[in-house]
Design a protein around this ligand. Structure first.
Ligand code: HEC
Ligand code: HEC
Length: 279
């Protein structure tokens, strides 16, 4: 016969785990396959994640499609918990509670979001479209992308580095960036010292000695601007010394219409971007 005291201890311990399941966070998803938790997670997702990952987690302008069963950074719920808690350094994926997400999510809310993501995952991988080798040839050749973009250390610097873009963005949003560059300008990486990353706006200035310079904004505050022109020259200018200063949301990237770059060629280039980004 167990003593009443021992039974009391067991009962208290049990009660403790029921009341404080969070002390267990990290080993497994307590809500796996729970439809109610998935619903709560969907709500949290809309508030905290849809801005980048799109409604329905299908990917948006700034974050990858999370309905792909094959993930790049996470292989199970526990790893996904880490990614959502800590973010992915060097990418736009923020740590919990940073980047204007307000107060952080609780462990419970993160598990609910994971349950939601699992509930919308599509098991069959999408069919690859496009020819990777041909896309690489176009990127560095006839399509001129490498004049302004770098991949794995090779190429120009006027536009953003594109090594990771194939993993961090959906095919549709990459197509949109090429067909309508000005609709949604790229963002530079967030810097620790700034609340918001710099957008790739176009800046045109006339300097004190009447020289016109046009380029992309690298950094800007009330008093100064740092910019790069199309020959990759970098300027740091005091705004009050300029004759004129104009900012525009017309991208420095040319519009690639289907006449300039066919759908087939663009598919090949995107196949190349995806193969580099996901390897
Ligand atoms: C400011 C934009 C942004 C926000 C907000 C954001 N993410 Fe991300 N997230 C990203 C980007 C960009 C990546 C891809 C990083 C890379 O691989 O380059 C990413 C990657 C991920 C990954 C890894 C995907 C993989 O293939 O391994 C997961 C999971 C994820 N995000 C979940 C979330 C969740 C859940 C939220 C909300 C709590 C969230 N993210 C909020 C931008 C964002
Ligand atoms: C003359 C320079 C130039 C050329 C050529 C050029 N781009 Fe760009 N690209 C830019 C600049 C500048 C930006 C940033 C502003 C913007 O978002 O439009 C950009 C942005 C992008 C983005 C969005 C990146 C992001 O992080 O959102 C993609 C994708 C892209 N370019 C792909 C391409 C591809 C593919 C080609 C070749 C078919 C190409 N670019 C040719 C200058 C160029």
């Amino acid at each position: 016969m167990r003593s009443p005291f021992l039974r009391f201890c067991w009962g208290a311990a049990l009660l403790f785990f029921v009341l404080f399941p969070r002390s267990h966070a990290g080993d497994r998803n307590p809500f796996a396959n729970d439809p109610k938790a998935a619903k709560a997670g969907e709500y949290e997702f809309r508030i905290n994640c849809a801005l980048c990952h799109g409604l329905g987690a299908r990917g948006g302008g700034r974050g990858p499609d999370l309905t792909r069963a094959q993930k790049k950074h996470t292989h199970n719920d526990v790893e996904m918990f880490q990614v959502i808690s800590n973010g992915i350094p060097g990418t736009a994926m923020p740590a919990n509670g940073t980047n204007g997400q307000g107060v952080g999510m609780t462990d419970e809310e993160i598990w609910q979001i994971i349950t939601y993501i699992r509930s919308v995952e599509v098991k069959a991988p999408g069919k690859p479209i496009g020819n990777v080798a041909q896309g690489k040839k176009l990127f560095y050749g006839d399509a001129n992308c490498s004049l302004c973009h770098m991949i794995e250390g090779k190429g120009g610097r006027l536009g953003p580095e594109l090594t990771a873009i194939g993993a961090s963005r959906t095919r549709e949003s990459i197509v949109d960036s090429v067909r309508n560059p000005s609709r949604r300008l790229a963002w530079g990486l967030a810097e620790a010292t700034k609340e918001f990353p710099q957008e790739y706006e176009t800046i045109t200035v006339v300097t004190a000695d009447d020289k016109e310079i046009k380029g992309v904004a690298l950094n800007e505050d009330n008093f100064s601007v740092q910019m790069m022109d199309s020959s990759e020259q970098i300027y740091l200018l005091d705004k009050d010394k300029l004759h004129s200063f104009k900012k525009s949301r017309e991208s420095m990237m040319p519009v690639f219409t289907p006449e300039v770059l066919s759908d087939k060629d663009l598919n090949d280039i995107i196949a190349y971007l995806i193969s580099v980004g996901t390897k």
